[in-house]
Design a binder for this molecule. Structure first.
Ligand SMILES: NC(=O)c1ccc[n+]([C@@H]2O[C@H](COP(=O)([O-])OP(=O)(O)OC[C@H]3O[C@@H](n4cnc5c(N)ncnc54)[C@H](O)[C@@H]3O)[C@@H](O)[C@H]2O)c1
Length: 451
């Protein structure tokens, strides 16, 4: 390790990088640094994950083991739960969860616990970067005071034109823009936004990320970088709510929303398509906007767009279940006692991620209303007990024409590419499609209800 780690040092070769939290964000990031020739140590409190990684195995479907194993055998990458090893790192990047609690308030306990784990091992001129999505102010108001308990200081610089302050360590925020399963944009191609507690911190983080991504965008503060990520996700959340509301209006007016979106998308400027669905899912879009709403209260400000979008998106699973009941009613059947097969429990197509999946809510509502429910998902052979749901007894059923024919309705909740939609429509007596997955099928179209 160099005797003096200037901000420029982090743009050099063979940096000792530590990644804390080896999940959907942290693991790809660790592998990217390893690919670029840096020594990477991953930290995770889950001993199962640590053991798997050290055995060269993966636990994330879209990250194959052969991306991990070579770095294990060459010694470039290893994982641990021993936070004392932080002392030997030049840079430490925090990628731990930032969920909401039961009352829809930010749960920053993981970030706080991580800062406390770093603090006793913090070294002079070490760089610490927070990547977890959070409200503006978290890095400065929560992480900085904990790290400064070490006795080392990182002065906040408000005036970006002022001379560099003397800083004992570097602290920055850089949001993660990873889109799991996206084959068009890999981590290396997505520009990285960085903001520092002071200018040396910002430059240190920019130099570090400059090694693994094509473009780094420097902003004047950690707050601007934190807000940038929230703007991106609120933009999605609000537009998805808008299109979901228009979907319901279009249905009432007898207009096909999908056709409308497709035609509007031919406008070469000023429009970008968002698609309706059964509700919001994933760890980011349903959660992140509420981080900002919560913080806004501190400023006597109510974020009405976020609240309204939340209201509409949250109501979508209820809408889907009502549409299933209406479609059965048309066929002189009640939801109670009907055999329903739900396809796709993952929150979006082709991923093995259940977090905040609207399918879970739809399943709960169907069960509450007396449906006899099964599910199929190629990524989940079984389900487990979750914070809000207990589907531990359920197993993915086999999709044969005979089995499909035995249900009163088959609901396409997530449009995995593995499904053969024509075969599903041919075999099932009724298909309720929440994703427009059946758009190109040619036979038996009358059996399909889109909602
Ligand atoms: N998943 C995404 O697509 C995505 C995209 C952009 C941003 N983010 C944000 O990135 C952050 C991480 O998300 P994720 O999807 O990778 O979460 P994840 O749950 O997949 O991974 C988090 C990991 O952190 C570990 N962990 C928890 N507490 C820890 C601690 N105190 N010390 C060390 N490890 C700890 C967990 O065991 C887990 O392996 C969140 O703030 C999320 O909002 C996620």
């Amino acid at each position: 390790m160099s005797a003096r780690r200037s901000p420029e040092y982090f743009g050099g070769k063979k940096i000792q990088v530590g990644i804390i939290g080896l999940g959907y964000v942290g693991l790809p990031l660790a592998l990217r640094f390893a690919e670029q020739g840096h020594q990477v140590k991953g930290f995770d409190t889950d001993p199962g994950k640590v053991a798997k990684l050290n055995a060269g195995q993966s636990y994330i479907q879209h990250i194959p083991a052969d991306r991990i194993a070579p770095f294990r055998s060459s010694g470039v990458f290893s994982a641990t739960s021993d936070f004392a090893e932080i002392a030997g790192r030049d840079a430490v990047i925090i990628c731990v969860p930032t969920p909401l609690d039961e009352r829809y308030q930010p749960d920053l306990s993981y970030v706080e616990q991580t800062a406390r784990s770093i603090q006793p091992h913090l070294q002079r001129e070490q760089l610490v970067v927070l990547e977890s999505t959070t409200y503006p102010g978290t890095t400065e108001e929560l992480v900085l005071p904990i790290l400064e308990k070490s006795g080392l200081k990182c002065p906040v610089q408000r005036d970006k034109h002022a001379a560099d302050p003397a800083t004992d360590f570097y602290l920055a925020f850089s949001p993660e823009r990873e889109d799991p399963g996206n084959k068009r944009f890999s981590l290396a191609q997505i520009p990285k936004v960085v903001g520092g507690i002071n200018a040396p911190s910002r430059r240190a983080a920019a130099a570090l990320y400059g090694q693994i991504v094509a473009r780094v965008v420097e902003v004047s503060s950690t707050q601007a970088a934190e807000m940038c990520k929230l703007l991106e996700n609120i933009f999605r959340c609000v537009n998805i709510a808008l299109v979901n509301e228009l979907k319901m209006l279009c249905a009432r007016m007898g207009i096909d929303i999908w056709e409308v979106i497709e035609s509007a998308s031919t406008k070469p400027f000023g429009f970008m398509p968002f698609y309706p669905g059964p509700g919001l899912g994933g760890h980011c879009i349903p959660v992140d906007p509420f981080y900002l709403s919560w913080k806004a209260h501190e400023y006597d400000f109510s974020t009405r767009f976020i609240e309204l979008a939340g209201e509409i998106n949250t109501s979508m699973p209820y809408h889907v279940v009502n549409e299933i009941a209406a479609a059965l009613n048309e066929r002189k059947k009640s939801l109670k006692g009907s055999r329903i097969l739900l396809l796709g429990v993952a929150y979006k197509k082709d991923v093995d991620d259940l977090r905040e999946s609207p399918s879970l809510k739809i399943m709960q509502l169907l069960l509450e209303r007396g449906a006899l429910l099964d599910y199929n998902d190629p990524y989940f052979a079984t389900l487990h007990r979750m914070r809000h749901y207990d589907y531990a007894h359920m197993r993915s059923v086999e999709l044969t024409p005979h089995a499909l024919a035995g249900y009163d309705a088959v609901v396409i909740a997530t449009d995995h590419s593995a499904y053969n939609y024509q075969e599903i429509v041919d075999a099932a007596p009724l298909v309720v499609d929440t994703r427009n997955a059946t758009k190109s099928i040619t036979r038996n179209h009358a059996k399909v209800v889109r909602c």
